[in-house]
Design a protein around this ligand. Structure first.
Ligand code: NDP
Length: 276
């Protein structure tokens, strides 16, 4: 169970994911253990990594050193594009599990649809098998557009529990969020702070001054109130703590709308149709 201060979102298979977790994209493996340890000490219990980040071992070391019971942790990792396909997915999963030092993950995601490879439906069958074997408590996708999801669902036994997508006030993803809600797919926001690019916006600054909070805290609060699962990254202990201190204030409906109006179709990462 997550610390009492972090609400959970119940996924479509009943598994609960902490609504606020900790991301480790672009953290070198040898700095990952310290960052994840700082997050666990702060109270985060959900950690988001990926095979391509090259830091699953660093995450695993921090989990082991924490002494926290496995059932209190929520660990997500992801299948890289070049490993898509049924058997290659199963092998990549085994490799991730070994690096993490775990015998199951809480959530395993197909990292990108990689439409040029046209293997995500085959990969999905492997993820379905991993849940049947109890080696992934939940499975989902990342960076899928609604058309990719429609196509995946045509031949699927399971509906993805999660779609982890780029989402922040510069890219609020209203349409895809509505699609997820119809299909009972949880929305998880990556680059929730747009890697810092939205933090100096005057609308966000004014709200920060009004609440005596930082711009990052305002943006994270917006995500939580939208119902997103959110996974900010930081290697800076003071920011790791700051990003966790978002449960003692509430934005009004007007303020929520003002933040969503910052939509500029602003991406920090590639467009999902274009990465293979
Ligand atoms: P974020 O939006 O979380 O921003 C991280 C950046 O913001 C870092 O430069 C960090 O600096 C800075 N920062 C963090 N907290 C604060 C704060 N309170 N005030 C000011 N600056 C701050 O970007 P990410 O791209 O890392 O996204 C978060 C996570 O999402 C990733 O770590 C990863 O787990 C996941 N992700 C998934 C992707 C996917 O394709 N599925 C793609 C990209 C990310 P510093 O670290 O120096 O403190």
């Amino acid at each position: 169970m997550a610390p009492a201060s972090v609400p959970t979102v119940t996924l479509n298979n009943g598994v609960q994911i902490p609504q606020l977790g900790f991301g480790v994209f672009q953290v070198p493996d040898d700095r990952t253990t310290a960052a994840v340890s700082a997050a666990l000490e702060t109270g985060y219990r959900s950690i988001d990594t990926a095979a391509i980040y090259g830091n699953e071992s660093g995450v695993g070391r921090a989990l082991a050193e924490s002494g926290l019971p496995r059932e209190d942790l929520f660990v997500t990792t992801k299948l890289w594009n070049s490993d898509q396909g049924h058997d290659t997915t199963l092998r990549a999963f085994d490799s991730s599990l070994a690096k993490l030092g775990l015998d199951y993950v809480d959530l395993y995601l197909i990292h990108w649809p990689a439409p040029g490879r046209d293997l995500y439906r085959e990969s999905w069958r492997a993820l379905e098998r991993l849940t049947q074997e109890g080696r992934a408590r939940a499975v989902g996708v990342s960076n899928f557009q609604s058309a990719h999801l429609e196509r995946l669902l045509e031949g699927a036994t399971l509906t993805p529990a999660v779609n982890q997508i780029e989402l922040h006030p510069g890219l609020p993803q209203a349409e895809l969020r509505a699609f997820h809600a119809e299909r009972k797919i949880a929305t998880e926001a990556w680059s929730p702070l747009a890697q810092g690019a939205v933090l100096d916006h005057p609308v966000i600054g004014a709200l920060a001054a009004r609440y005596g909070k930082s711009p990052a805290q305002i943006v994270l609060r917006w995500h939580l109130q939208l119902g997103n699962v959110v996974i900010p990254k930081s290697v800076t202990p003071a920011r790791i703590r700051e990003n966790f201190d978002v449960f003692d204030f509430e934005l009004t409906a007007d303020e929520m709308r003002a933040l969503a109006a910052l939509d500029r179709d602003q991406r920090t990462g590639p467009h999902p149709d274009e990465l293979n």
